[in-house]
Write a protein that binds this ligand. Structure first.
Ligand code: G6P
Length: 607
């Protein structure tokens, strides 16, 4: 998830684009760049680092009426000068947000035709393609033809030195919004980039292309049919707009999950859903088939993803998995087994304990992999292999979309391991992958529970203690649900394996004590119902999240939330979404600082 902006009009394009980039910096901040016209020629300035570093390099005395800018959150190629946007080819300069799935094939073809690549990005192919078609076509037609070859998600803004009175934007599954005044036009990933200058907006839809001049705009479908759309006035303040109209980053990130999950899946499953794209794990098929044991290690929320991963991998791929908290693992005298793989799971890729666990394993000669969200982070560089979750920057301290994307990464890995070891039939593999493709849409369904959850939160937000219980895959879901509530609402909440409750936590139960059950229609159903009954017998207040509408569980529950499921592995994602919403609403009602809870940090880089 990067931030892009373009401007064409009567004011100083450089100042407007630099200012817009600062307002988009929440979308990514590992490198930045700008392209503008200087004496009729395109000039680019870019750097690794933040917008303030870029600003220091730009000569603001240059008068330009057209510019494009980019603040990067790396997906292909680590943060560096070469990989920073804009990318240029011939008279073309371009900024891009998204992932081009077929960039490797396009790059090969373009290289054969003599195009020279200066970066490791997927973006550079788009600049070369437009340049290539410009040899015979207009700027507009060349852009249209170039994007017809792209697979994946993109929002691009392009400028052309030889037609410098035009900016072109195209959107496909990545956001792009245009700002309109009589004498100038803005185009950006998000409204805050230009809200201080104009509030008349046109939100582009997938498959739309817009051609902007200072005085006009023309909207087309990608295949060239003209479309009509009137600008709409928006009434957001700048800070509301930065959070996409949401009150907090956490809520925005909860709501981004359908998109984030789709980005994690994108390019990782073959188009016919027959198999996982192994190369995305940066391990070869032979390596994958030979691991005898796995260690999954992490901290905080990422540790809960590890436990889910253990259940998935052991069941689907039949490989023994050991999980541990990184701060424990690093000091344990671990008896590493030969031919094992250590996987660290980390959103930031910078958590000190997790990195120490990684280095400890490497020192012991164990092969390592990271499942990581931040491209170019220490974890991604130091591990032998890396799988990026691509869920976009997570700003809220309490992890939400990064967690559910990690589950998807582990699900894919479990299937890849099973397939390469012959532990899964082709039919089952396909079924699992088809299920996965349903996940983003089902996550949208889960978000529709928001109103119900808000009502529930109003009933219970004053309670001082909560217990979360689940069995099997729902045990780590319970742990994560409790952690979410504890971190942002400061209510004491404990997650427990439902079957273990009778060995201690049951002593807490008295009249009205809230107990959250996560119940699936699986082999554990009857056992969990018995646990619910045990709480009922002690007058606890039972809140159930379940994918089953079984009478016995509904009758026993004081409050029942039905979550539509897919399969027991992916339901961990679908149950987590309403639990995140529950924690959010409770925290809000208690007046807590949701995005920056007391005493916590987003990335813990100390021991
Ligand atoms: C901190 C954050 C958590 C996160 C944990 C691990 O405690 O507050 O939300 O789960 O670190 O972070 P990582 O970046 O390694 O996933």
């Amino acid at each position: 998830m990067c931030g892009i902006i373009g401007y064409i009009g009567s004011k100083s394009a450089l100042e407007i684009v630099l200012d817009g980039l600062k307002r988009l910096e929440y979308r990514g901040y590992d490198s930045a760049g700008i392209a503008f016209l200087d004496n009729g020629r395109i000039k680019t300035v870019k750097c690794k680092g933040k917008i303030k570093d870029l600003e220091a390099l730009v000569d603001k005395n240059v008068i330009s009426s057209i510019a494009i800018g980019h603040t990067r959150w790396a997906t292909h190629g680590r943060p560096s000068y070469e990989n920073a946007h804009p990318h240029c080819s011939g008279t073309i300069a371009l900024v891009h947000n998204g992932i081009i799935e077929n960039y490797a094939e396009l790059k090969e073809e373009l290289k054969k035709e003599g195009y020279i690549f200066n970066s490791e990005t997927d973006t550079e192919v788009i600049a070369h393609l437009i340049n290539k078609y410009k040899k015979e076509l207009s700027f507009e037609e060349a852009t249209r033809k170039a994007v017809s070859h792209l697979k994946g998600s993109y929002a691009i803004v392009v400028m052309d030195e030889s037609e410098s009175n035009k900016l072109i934007g195209v959107r496909m599954e990545s956001p792009l919004v245009v700002g309109v005044t009589e004498t100038e036009k803005f185009i950006a990933s998000d409204v805050p980039a230009f809200l201080s200058h104009c509030n008349e907006t046109i939100f582009l839809e997938d498959g739309e292309m817009i051609v902007l001049t200072p005085e006009s705009f023309k909207l087309y479908t990608i295949d060239g049919k003209e479309k009509n759309k009137k600008p709409v006035k928006i009434t957001w303040t700048a800070s509301m707009a930065e959070k996409g109209g949401f009150k907090h980053f956490m809520l925005k990130e909860i709501y981004e999950q359908p998109r984030a999950l789709a980005d994690t899946i994108r390019g990782r499953v073959l188009p016919d859903a027959s198999s996982v794209v192994l190369s995305e794990f940066h391990l070869n098929a032979e390596e994958i088939s030979q691991f005898k044991k796995l260690y999954l290690i992490a901290c905080g929320t990422s540790f809960h993803a590890c436990i889910i991963g253990k259940y998935m991998i052991e069941k689907i791929a039949r490989i023994p998995v050991e999980v541990d908290i990184a701060s424990e693992f690093r000091y344990r005298e671990v008896l590493f087994e030969k031919d094992s793989l250590l996987v660290i799971i980390t959103q930031s890729g910078e958590t000190a304990d997790t990195l120490a666990a990684l280095r400890y394993a490497k020192k012991s000669g164990i092969k390592t992999m990271s499942i990581c969200n931040v491209v170019g982070s220490t974890a991604s560089r130091e591990a032998d292999a890396v799988f990026y979750t691509h869920s976009g920057p997570e700003i809220g301290v309490a992890s939400t979309k990064a967690f559910t994307s990690q589950i998807v990464g582990l699900y894919l890995f479990a299937i890849a391991l099973a397939s390469s070891r012959g532990m899964i039939t082709k039919e089952t593999e396909e079924k699992f992958l088809k299920d996965l493709l349903l996940l983003p849409r089902m996550a949208e369904e889960a978000l529709k529970l928001d109103n119900k959850i808000q009502q529930l939160a109003k009933e219970v937000y004053r309670k001082p203690n909560f217990l979360y219980l689940g069995r099997g895959l729902n045990y780590p879901v319970a742990l994560e649900g409790a952690l979410k509530l504890k971190e942002i609402s400061y209510i004491h909440a404990e997650g427990y394996a439902a079957g273990e409750m009778k060995h201690g936590p049951i002593a807490l139960i008295e009249e009205g004590f809230p107990v959250v059950f996560i119940v699936s229609n699986d082999i554990y159903l009857d056992k969990t119902v018995s646990n619910v009954q045990e709480i009922k017998a002690r007058d606890g207040f039972i809140i159930t999240f379940s994918d089953t509408l079984t009478d016995k569980i509904m009758e026993l529950s004081d409050r029942f939330i039905h979550v539509e499921g897919i399969n027991s592995y992916l339901n961990t994602v679908l149950f987590s979404i309403p639990l995140q919403l529950f924690a959010y609403h409770v925290a809000l009602l208690r007046g807590c600082d949701v995005d920056q809870p007391r005493n916590l940090a987003k990335s813990v880089t100390v021991e």
